[in-house]
Design a protein around this ligand. Sequence first.
Ligand code: GLU
Length: 449
Amino acid sequence: MPLMDENLTAIMDEVIARNPGETEFHQAAREVLESLGPVVAKHPEYAGAEVVRRLCEPERQIIFRVPWTDDAGRVQLNRGFRVEFNSALGPYKGGLRFHPSVYLGIIKFLGFEQIFKNSLTGLPIGGAKGGSDFDPKGKSDAEVMRFCQSFMTELYRYLGEYTDVPAGDIGVGQREIGYLFGHYKRITNRYESGTLTGKGLSWGGSQVRTEATGYGTVYFVSEMLAATGDSFDGKQVVVSGSGNVAIYAIEKVHQLGGRVVACSDSNGYVFDDAGIDLELLKEIKTERRGRVEDYATLRGGAVRHVKDASIWEVPCEIALPCATQNELNGADARTLASHGCKVVAEGANMPSTPEAAVVFHEAGVRFAPGKAANAGGVATSALEMQQNASRDSWTFEHTDERLGAIMRSIHDRCLETASEYGRPGDYVAGANIAGFTKVADAMLAFGLI
Ligand code: GLU
């Protein structure tokens, strides 16, 4: 693994000192900084202008109170966040996460990742992330609506199609985007479609946005496989998670001839040797807002629900972690490698621990980091912004083609950049360096900002 030079080590120490306790942010920053040694050696102008140091400090951070009333009329309180990390390439862009684990360190790690991911898409979008420790699980639609309205009542003043454009993430789907957009429209008196992405198709949304993160991850893996003359055909695949990313990753793997035999949620995983029945999974997750355990019950037969166990114990040739951060650790990575897994691509943000990444590297498992492999979601958000700006709407086929081309170009740029900087085949180095240089060059061009 590459070491950081003295200057990068000092920046990393400063990140830790200035952001105490924000371990996920430290992890995300370290992972990028560890790739930048050869870049700053080749480009002394970056060090001279302290580009890396400035990049590690968000341009703006907003933390706010979100009061709301539950269905019993009791006052509830949550905390809202928006970290506007970097706007060198375009308006701040990135999702909102509603989950009880959310605190500043999670939002900062996600916002930091988003800078490089968005840069890799080649589209004009800066990096941001937001959210709340609100837990939508078990809440009524009316409670979710009141929460979203209260959240937007504060956040709206920081948003705008040229300023900051949120979207969904864990716990925020089309229902929440609807409530947020409706309230934004009402308080601003502007039908400003390009202020939020992930909208419904009848009110400014884009075809393929729902499918884009999962589809994009699988398109990326197709390119990884094609690079060695291989394909999905006949491959056994494991996809962790069972939310939006996982569902559409499974769908695309099946369309390309692979077989996904397991998926999961926070209570455990289901193993279905015949291949996950996607219609059933979709119905359980999107209509009933249920759990994967219900899948085993309803599907019956030989399907097993394994409680409180790691899905990575299921043998596979391709693993797609699509659940959440740090869901795949060093021991899981060793298990995957020992079962003959050859390719891992992150559909979620930072699902592999640093130790897992080292294990993959040493075992020769080809590993694509989330900022490259899951960029299809935000890329399609940028396509949604394009359609909103031109008051147009594209067909599913056209949008899907654009997504495929973007994922191909990210894949190729990762490999080319990795080779250029002496790390052939290293998707982590390629993604970090290619994502970084575009942002760094824009920051240099702007003078001291
Ligand atoms: N939350 C998604 C991500 O992690 C998408 C963000 C967006 O579409 O703005 O990239």
